[in-house]
Design a protein around this ligand. Structure first.
Ligand code: F6P
Length: 536
C-alpha cells in the first residue's frame, strides 16, 4: 500500500505561493520577455535522444518553474515515482501495482513483487507472442481450410484498440506487406460488417483483445465474427481466433486454444497496455525487431524519468506546466496538434490515457478533491486543424494550452515537408506574438497564447515509444500532485450497467417504469421506430 498525500495540494505552501505568483505574472507578455531575455528559448528547452521539447512559449518565468518544482517536492513526487517503478500498490482501489514500465524493461532486468519474478513473466509472454508473429509472417498459420492467414483483424475497444490502432498507423511505413490489418471496436454493427465485407473467411484471423473478456462490444463483435466464419464454411473456428486477455477461463470457453492465448497481467491497465501482448496486432504489422525498438524507446524515457533531476525531466516539466494552466489559470482544455499525418490517432489515444486516468474528483484517500483535475484533451492534425478549429485558438475567448508535435524529417518530398514545418512554427509564433489592430477589432490578435513544441527526428518505433511514455508519465505526475489514483476507472461502470438494463428491456419489449420521463420517452421513440412494443 502506498502513502497518500499528507497535505492536500491546495494546502501546501507551494500552492499558496503559486497562487500569489500567478497574480504577479498575469500581465506577462511573452513577446516582451523574449526580447528582454535572449537565453530564454535555450533555458526553457530539453533534449533527449532526438526528442526536443521547447517550452519557452509558456507563461512562465524562472520563479514559476522553481515554485512548481517546490510543489512537486511538497507532494513527495520522488517517493511516488519510486513506488510506481518498484511495483507498490499504486492502484489502491484495485489493490495492485501499475507496472507498464516493466513491460519495456530490458530482457536482463529483474523485478520481484511478493516473491514472484514479474520480469520473467513479461519475457515469457512476449516470447510466445513473437513466435506467433513470426509464424504469421512466414505463412505458417493456416485457417480451417488449410490456406495461410493473410489478414488479421483486432477486435477490442478502449485501451485494447486505441493504442494498437495508433501504433499501427503511426508506424505504417515499417509495416510488413505479407499481412493485412484491420480494427473493429464499435458495437455499431456497421463497424464489423465493413470489415467482413472485404475479408476472405478462409484467410482471416481475429485477435480478441480484451483484458477482462467481458466487454460487451468486444464479445458481441467476436461472436459475429464466429458466426460469419461458420456461415462461410470455416467451421473449425479455433483456427481463426487468438485472444489477449487476463481471463483465461473465458478465453477457453470461447473456444480458443492455449497456444493462441496470450496473457495481459492484472498489473497492466488497459490504457497502458500497448506494450503488452495487447500490442500484438501492431507487432504483427511491424514485426518483432521494430516492436522491440518501440519498447526500447519507451524504456529510454522511463530511465530518463527515473533519473533526471526534476528541473530537467521532460514528463515532470510538462506535467507541471499543465498544472500551472489548469489549476492557476483555470485553463480547462489542452490541445494536441501533431504536424504528422501518421499521428492522427494521437489525440484520441491521449484522451483516453489522460481523461480516463485523471478524470477523477475523489482523492486516493477517498476524500473529495478540492482542485480541478484532468483537463479536456482534444486536438487534430496540423495543417488540417488550421482550417477547422484554429480560429478558436487564435481569437476565442478561452485560453487553451497546446502541444505542437513535428518530425524533423520525412521519407517523402523534403520541400513539402518544409511547408508542413513552416505551418507548425508559424502557428505557435502567431499564437504567441499576436498582431494589434485597433481600427479593425475583428483583425486583432491578442497573442500571448501559450504552447509547447515537441520535435523528433523521424517517427520511427523508438521515437514513438519515447513519445507515448512521455505522456504516460506526465499523466502520472499530475495525478501525484493532485493525490488521485490514475490507474482505476470506476466512472465507466454505471453507464455500462444501465446500458445492459436498457438493452434487456428492449429485448423484452417493455420499458421499466423506474426510468425518468426523458429516458422513457427516448426509449419509446426508439422502440416505435424499430417496431417493437411500447409501454405507453
Ligand atoms: O470501459 C473502460 C475500459 O475498461 C477501459 O479501461 C479499457 O481499456 C476498455 O474498457 C476495454 O476493456 P477490456 O480490455 O477489458 O475489454
Amino acid at each position: 500500500m502506498t502513502e497518500q498525500n499528507k497535505t492536500p495540494p491546495d494546502k501546501t505552501e507551494a500552492w499558496r505561493l503559486l497562487t500569489a505568483h500567478q497574480q504577479q505574472v498575469a500581465d506577462l507578455r511573452l513577446r516582451d520577455v523574449f526580447e528582454r531575455d535572449p537565453g530564454r528559448a535555450k533555458r526553457f528547452s530539453l533534449e533527449l535522444e532526438g526528442l526536443f521539447i521547447d517550452f519557452s512559449k509558456n507563461l512562465i518565468t524562472d520563479e514559476t518553474l522553481s515554485l512548481l518544482l517546490g510543489l512537486a517536492e511538497e507532494c513527495e513526487l520522488e517517493k511516488k515515482l519510486d513506488e510506481l517503478f518498484k511495483g507498490y500498490e499504486v492502484n489502491n482501489t484495485e489493490k495492485r501495482p501499475a507496472l507498464h514500465t516493466l513491460l519495456r524493461a530490458p530482457e536482463n532486468f529483474s523485478l520481484f513483487v511478493d516473491g514472484v519474478d514479474l520480469s520473467r513473466q513479461v519475457q515469457d509472454d512476449l516470447d510466445k507472442m513473437f513466435k506467433v508473429v513470426n509464424d504469421l509472417h512466414e505463412g505458417q498459420i493456416k485457417g480451417a481450410t488449410g490456406k495461410a492467414i493473410s489478414r488479421v483483424v483486432n477486435i477490442g475497444i478502449g485501451g485494447s484498440d486505441l493504442g494498437p490502432r495508433l501504433v499501427d498507423e503511426a508506424l505504417s511505413e515499417f509495416r510488413h506487406d505479407s499481412i493485412e490489418i484491420d480494427f473493429v471496436a464499435n458495437i455499431d454493427p456497421f463497424d464489423i460488417e465493413r470489415v467482413l465485407n472485404c475479408a476472405n473467411p478462409e484467410t482471416t484471423l481475429f485477435i480478441i483483445a480484451s483484458k477482462s473478456f467481458t466487454t460487451p462490444e468486444t464479445l458481441t463483435n467476436a461472436n459475429r465474427a464466429k458466426s460469419w466464419l461458420i456461415e462461410n464454411g470455416c467451421d473449425d473456428t479455433g483456427k481463426h481466433f487468438m485472444a489477449v486477455s487476463e481471463n483465461a477461463a473465458a478465453v477457453e470457453r470461447f473456444g480458443i486454444d492455449e497456444r493462441y492465448y496470450f496473457k495481459i497481467r492484472d498489473w497492466v491497465g488497459g490504457r497502458y497496455s500497448i506494450w503488452s501482448c495487447i500490442g500484438m496486432i501492431a507487432a504483427i504489422g511491424i514485426g518483432e525487431d521494430n516492436f522491440k525498438r518501440f519498447l526500447a524507446g519507451a524504456h529510454a524515457l522511463d530511465s530518463h524519468f527515473r533519473s533526471a533531476e526534476f528541473n530537467k525531466n521532460i514528463p515532470v516539466i510538462l506535467a507541471l506546466l499543465s498544472i500551472w494552466y489548469n489549476n492557476f489559470f483555470d485553463v480547462g482544455t489542452h490541445a494536441i496538434i501533431p504536424y504528422d499525418q501518421k499521428l492522427q490517432g494521437l489525440p484520441a489515444y491521449l484522451s483516453q490515457l489522460v481523461m480516463e486516468s485523471n478524470g477523477k474528483s475523489v482523492n486516493a484517500d477517498g476524500s473529495r478533491s478540492a482542485v480541478n483535475t484532468s483537463q479536456v484533451i482534444w486536438g487534430g492534425i496540423g495543417s488540417n486543424s488550421q482550417h477547422a478549429f484554429f480560429q478558436f485558438l487564435h481569437q476565442g475567448a478561452r485560453m487553451t494550452s497546446i502541444d505542437f508535435l513535428l518530425p524533423l524529417g520525412s521519407r517523402h518530398d523534403p520541400g513539402r515537408h518544409g511547408m508542413l514545418a513552416a505551418n507548425c512554427f508559424a502557428q505557435s509564433e502567431a499564437l504567441m506574438q499576436g498582431k494589434t489592430n485597433h481600427s479593425e477589432p475583428h483583425r486583432n490578435f491578442d497573442g500571448n497564447k501559450p504552447s509547447t513544441t515537441i520535435l523528433y527526428d523521424q517517427l520511427d518505433p523508438y521515437a514513438l515509444g519515447m513519445l507515448l511514455a512521455v505522456y504516460e508519465h506526465k499523466t502520472f505526475v499530475e495525478a501525484g500532485i493532485w493525490g488521485i489514483n490514475p490507474f482505476d476507472q470506476w466512472g465507466v461502470e454505471l453507464g455500462k450497467k444501465l446500458a445492459e438494463r436498457i438493452f434487456r428491456e428492449f429485448e423484452a419489449g417493455g420499458i421499466n417504469q423506474s426510468h425518468d420521463a426523458s429516458t422513457a420517452s427516448l426509449m419509446n421513440k426508439y422502440l416505435s421506430k424499430t417496431n417493437r412494443p411500447r409501454t405507453d
